[in-house]
Design a protein around this ligand. Structure first.
Ligand code: ATP
Ligand code: MG
Length: 558
């Protein structure tokens, strides 16, 4: 039997009760005050996948642009790019600001029917009267203002004759309601900033609750899916709808699901903006950011992100998903789809003394051992090569499965070598390792010598025929597993000072063909993507993920 999530069960029930399946319409309602993050991916996937499942259903992209102080066109552009990149296309592109007229008229209607009034107290006074969940609030002295006066002041607010904070419009509901949100919520305020779309036309702006449900109604959204923190808002959502619904039209339903919480990261736009503004990261698309743009630049693919949020599930209760699960999905995908490449990150020189000085041999190696259809590529063996510094120890401990004096290892795709001697520089660093190779041991040659068991296999790059590359490695941005519990200003305390390191390495020649966005497995190192900072002369790589999960170790040490 197909496994349905609780939202699908609700929709099925609604269809059974007579809802026309062709009327099904969802929406994704971002506020354009920041870039989208991994949590938003969950909401996006939920809505757009529902639309796919219920064949003719639609999804609107609605910008909830009611707070001009924080919103910007650059966020609108990024949000659209991100959703397209995830592979989804929306039905209508909507803006709450397109409904300002209608919302204003409905607000006037509320005033006329005695269900809204202008409060002229300060915000502090209003807050003091709110009460507490178990203590009833107090009614505002302005609650009994006449309809005429209310309408007159509301109009003056609209005409720009009032200062911010001088008056607000409040719904007249119930100051004794156990739901604090029902205690005469503010529905309009005056703001002095210019709106990115309506410019100076409006100076009164509707509040979230008033805007959201009514926008859902205008767009005839059938199911308005939001995160759990909006559950207490549902009563107000319904109250607002009650004021305007007409017979024969769809009455939107708000339903709540658990937000996606990811360990070791934050998913609050305000805090992400802080990281950007403080220069803790290089921007919204810094590869350490949990934003869609950051994840993309890090090497994540839409498929892996979708699989991850789908695996996280649609739940009714809050939970925290481990970062290792996100990494699992990208690792699994890249293992299937990436060409292998040999790249030495911290080179030391190794010379094969029984090869002639100008020796060059082209060897063929497989691009992807998981799939022979990826074909083979050529690598060049020369007398001197680079290997990884950490792959050699003159006098190693017992369990060192790499190169040491007297020991044999295989050079990946080439021959078995044996180290005979090492020279050091004055500062104690390795200058050069001298080896001999076994001519009969070439990989895949089928000879007895090639079958010999050796200590290990090392990646390597010719020291004369190679491509210098810049390699950026990333570690977690926070040293705490739930950074979300820290206040914005406290984030400095838990920033990992070593979350980004840059190295200059050497790659095999083949990599010269790589373009921005190409992904590779650097053998024995991990998965890497060509970054946008690359130029014709210099390739820059960002590490996407390691070959194996490191989180267990990290969590244990915390
Ligand atoms: P804020 O309102 O503080 O600016 P937000 O994260 O709520 O931030 P919105 O732009 O309002 O951002 O979010 C758009 C939609 O994405 C909302 O429906 C919201 O419920 C959903 N959403 C936001 N964060 C998550 C999350 N972590 N998991 C799932 N859905 C989320
Ligand atoms: Mg929000």
């Amino acid at each position: 039997m197909e496994n349905k999530n609780f939202i699908e069960t609700i929709i099925d029930q609604d269809i059974k009760n007579g809802l026309d399946p062709e009327a099904l319409c969802f929406r994704f309602p971002p506020e354009p005050n920041g870039f989208l993050h991994i949590g938003h991916v969950k909401a996006i996937v939920l809505n757009f996948e529902l639309a796919k499942k219920y064949k003719k259903a639609k999804v609107n992209l609605r910008f909830d642009d009611t707070n001009p102080e924080k919103e910007d066109q650059k966020y609108i552009d990024a949000i659209k790019d991100n959703i397209k990149w995830l592979g989804y296309s929306w039905n209508k592109e909507c803006y709450a600001s397109d409904y300002f007229n209608q919302l204003y008229e409905w607000a006037c209607m509320l005033i006329k029917s005695g269900k809204a009034y202008i409060d002229s107290q300060t915000s502090d006074q209003i807050a003091l009267q709110k009460g507490a969940p178990t203590v009833a609030g107090q009614e505002s002295p302005y609650r009994r203002r006449s309809k005429e006066e209310n309408l007159f002041i509301f109009n003056s607010m609209k005409e720009g004759k009032c200062k911010p904070g001088e008056h607000v419009l409040r719904a007249k509901i119930d100051m004794r309601s156990p739901n604090m949100l029902m205690r005469d919520p503010i529905i309009y305020r005056v703001l002095n900033s210019e709106h990115p779309r309506t410019k100076k036309k409006w100076v009164i702006f509707p509040m979230y609750d008033w805007t959201h449900g009514e926008s859902d109604y205008i767009e005839q959204i059938t199911h308005s899916l939001c995160t759990l923190e909006f559950k207490p808002h549902r009563e107000l959502y319904d109250w607002f709808l009650n004021q305007i619904v007409e017979k024969g039209k769809i009455r939107p339903k708000q339903r709540e699901f658990a937000r996606l919480n990811l360990s070791h990261t934050i998913t609050s736009k305000r805090k992400l903006l802080f990281l950007v503004e403080e220069g803790i990261v290089s921007g919204w698309d810094d590869p350490r950011m949990p934003t869609i743009s950051g994840l993309k630049r890090r090497g994540y693919t839409p498929e892996a992100l979708k699989k991850f949020v789908t695996a996280a599930g649609v739940a009714k209760r809050e939970n925290v998903i481990e970062m290792s699960l996100l990494e699992f999905y990208i690792r699994e995908e890249l293992n299937q789809t990436c060409n292998r490449m040999m790249v030495v990150h911290e080179p030391i020189k190794l010379t094969i003394t029984n090869l002639p000085k100008d020796y060059e041999e082209e060897l063929l190696v497989e691009n992807n051992p998981e799939d022979s259809s990826f074909g083979k590529r050529k690598i060049k063996l020369t007398r001197s090569i680079f290997i990884e510094k950490e792959d050699f120890m003159e006098d190693p401990p017992k369990k060192f499965f790499r190169l040491s004096i007297g020991a044999e290892v295989r050079l990946k795709g080439a021959y078995i070598i044996k180290a005979n001697k090492v020279n050091y520089k004055n500062n104690g660093e390795i200058d050069e390792v001298y080896c001999t190779y076994d001519q009969k041991s070439r990989s895949g040659s089928g000879t007895e010598e090639s079958m010999r068991r050796v200590k290990g296999t090392l990646h390597w790059v010719s020291s004369t025929t190679n491509v210098p590359v810049v390699i950026r490695e990333y570690d977690r941005l926070f040293i705490h597993s739930s950074p979300g519990q820290f206040k914005t200003e406290e984030l400095y305390r838990i920033i990992n000072p070593n979350s980004a390191t840059v190295r200059n390495g050497y790659a095999e020649q083949e990599i010269g063909k790589a373009k921005e966005g190409d992904l590779f497995q650097f053998q024995r190192k991990g998965y890497y993507i060509v970054d946008k900072d690359s130029t014709d002369k210099q390739l820059v790589f960002n590490k996407t993920v390691s070959l194996r999960d490191n989180w267990k170790k990290i969590n244990k040490n915390n």
